[in-house]
Write a protein that binds this ligand. Structure first.
Ligand SMILES: NC(=O)c1ccc[n+]([C@@H]2O[C@H](COP(=O)([O-])OP(=O)(O)OC[C@H]3O[C@@H](n4cnc5c(N)ncnc54)[C@H](OP(=O)(O)O)[C@@H]3O)[C@@H](O)[C@H]2O)c1
Length: 318
């Protein structure tokens, strides 16, 4: 197990790096902490931050700039649960950059609001957790392939993979969109699409990581979705689980350091001889998954990828 002290030491030794990076889902929590860690550890980095509101983020952006005046920070306002918005943002970045070194993806959260659908007709939790993240990878791949050490990190829950409903991969039927089953399926799909892309892009490192229990706003936001008959459970979450995570979980700052370590240390570079990693909260291997091995062998990995491409063709052609 890599200790947090060892992780901090490793992160403090990357001062010679000046990566160009894109961060989505980093306006708060683990992602924001990872940007802070990157700014504290490097000089002259260029960081694109994609978020829902430039006005709301302006004070935080000013604080980030103060952390490292040599860095170039570019905020792009976009609603990344909409695939056409992701496509627009990626076109802007492709128009401005020739090379991209780091892609950070942590947009999303937890919701018990029931089955919701985006204006583009996609199951809402999947739009943000799954299709949005994969589209960023796919559309920015030409730039990542030009980097000497490109890394993509998706902050979700490697190690928690489970069964995929192969007859309704997108969980468009509300009956299939249960909280736990949808979460397991989304996590599995993340591992499968990252592995599929890793085969086609051997010089890019694909990292699906599980940050563990981290004290961020994500659990408070989950509590807000627990209304009606779930309201008593929301009380339990607020006064039971959230304090436990606060006292016994990781801080966002620590999780951000772990994320930066996974993005920059040699062990997780494509030059290590491997370019697809499933990591646990301490940056170690999340362990073999028999269900993933089965899905790789029986063609489910390919079907999940083809399903994802079909969603893009349908939505982006409109
Ligand atoms: N914290 C944990 O214990 C934990 C554990 C395992 C996995 N994770 C996963 O890690 C990821 C990051 O979590 P976190 O703890 O850093 O949470 P967080 O502080 O709530 O950050 C979530 C980020 O995603 C963005 N986001 C959420 N819903 C969105 C939507 N519908 N449209 C656009 N942007 C949206 C937020 O933007 P705004 O600022 O605009 O809201 C924010 O930038 C999440 O996917 C979470 O499920 C977290």
């Amino acid at each position: 197990m890599v200790s947090i002290q060892a992780i901090r030491t490793a992160n403090n030794s990357i001062a010679s790096q000046s990566p160009t990076a894109v961060f989505a889902g980093a306006t708060s929590g683990i992602g924001l902490a990872a940007i802070e860690a990157l700014l504290q550890s490097t000089t002259s980095s260029k960081i694109y931050i994609i978020g829902r509101s430039s006005a709301k983020f302006a004070p935080t952006l000013a604080k980030l700039q103060d952390l490292n005046p040599s860095a170039q920070l570019v905020f792009i306002e976009a609603q990344v649960s909409l695939l056409r918005e992701v496509e627009r943002v990626c076109a802007i970045i492709r128009g401005q950059e020739a090379v991209l070194d780091l892609l950070w993806l942590s947009q999303g959260g937890l919701s018990l609001a029931g089955h919701e659908v985006t204006p583009e007709g996609i199951t809402a939790n999947y739009a943000i957790m799954q299709y949005s993240r994969t589209l960023f990878m796919y559309k920015l791949m030409p730039l990542l392939n030009k980097s000497a050490d490109a890394r993509i990190i998706s902050i979700l829950a490697a190690g928690e993979e489970g069964a995929v409903n192969t007859t309704d991969i997108g969980l468009s039927d509300p009956k299939n969109d249960g909280f736990f089953s949808a979460m397991r399926q989304g996590v599995t799909m993340m591992s499968l699409v990252m592995r599929e892309l890793s085969l086609e892009n051997p010089s890019v490192s694909f990292i699906h990581t599980n940050p563990g229990m981290v004290s961020t706003a994500v659990h408070h936001k989950l509590a807000e979705t627990m209304t009606g008959y779930l309201a008593p459970l929301s009380w339990l979450l607020k006064w039971g689980l959230i304090p436990v995570v606060y006292f016994f979980g990781w801080t966002a700052e620590e999780a951000g350091q772990v994320g930066l370590y996974e993005l920059t240390n040699e062990r997780h570079s494509a030059s290590s001889g491997k370019n697809f990693f499933r990591l646990s909260e301490n940056a170690e291997n999340a362990g073999a998954s028999s269900i993933l091995s089965k899905y790789i062998e029986d063609g489910t990995q390919r079907r999940v990828w083809e399903h994802t491409m079909e969603i893009y063709e349908k939505v982006l052609a409109q």
